[in-house]
Structures are given as C-alpha cells and as structure tokens.
Design a protein around this ligand. Structure first.
Ligand SMILES: [Zn+2]
Length: 84
C-alpha cells in the first residue's frame, strides 16, 4: 500500500513523507479513515506525517527538528489499491 505510494513518488525518506494539510486539501469528498500519524510537539509547527510513511521509531520533525508524538487523524486513503 504505502510501498506503492513510495514507488510512484520515488521517495523513501522523511523529507517528502510529511504532508501539510493546509496546502493539500481534499477537493472531492473522500471517505476518511482513522490514520496513525506523527505530530510535531511544537505548538507553532503544523507539521505531521503518516506513520506508515516513516520507518523511524521516534522521528524528528522535518521542519523544525522537534520530537514528534503519536496521534490519530481522519485522513483519506493514500492508495486506491488499499482495501476498504
Ligand atoms: Zn515541527
């Protein structure tokens, strides 16, 4: 699932794994699923990333370098091939 996404984007590392929700808005109403994410602990920083896209046990924020904490967000599936 995420493997396919990585193959398509050619990305294996964190720098392109995070997605800013302000610039990447869902245009059409896609179903949302509870997705495990890492969230930056800094209040000033909006950064977060899908857990499925990082392999580190305790990733650092790619924007500000702060620690990241586990969280859950309602997100659309990243892959069409993913089972519903
Ligand atoms: Zn941050």
């Amino acid at each position: 699932m995420e493997d396919l996404w990585r193959q398509r984007t050619g990305s294996t590392m964190n720098h392109s794994a995070w997605i800013n929700p302000r610039t990447k808005r869902e245009k059409d109403a896609k179903p949302l699923f509870q997705t495990e994410v890492w969230e930056c602990v800094s209040d000033d920083c909006p950064c977060w990333m899908r857990k499925g896209l990082t392999f580190e046990a305790h990733p650092k924020c790619p924007l500000c370098g702060s620690a990241m904490k586990p969280g859950v967000r309602m997100l659309p599936r990243v892959s069409d091939k993913e089972p519903r």
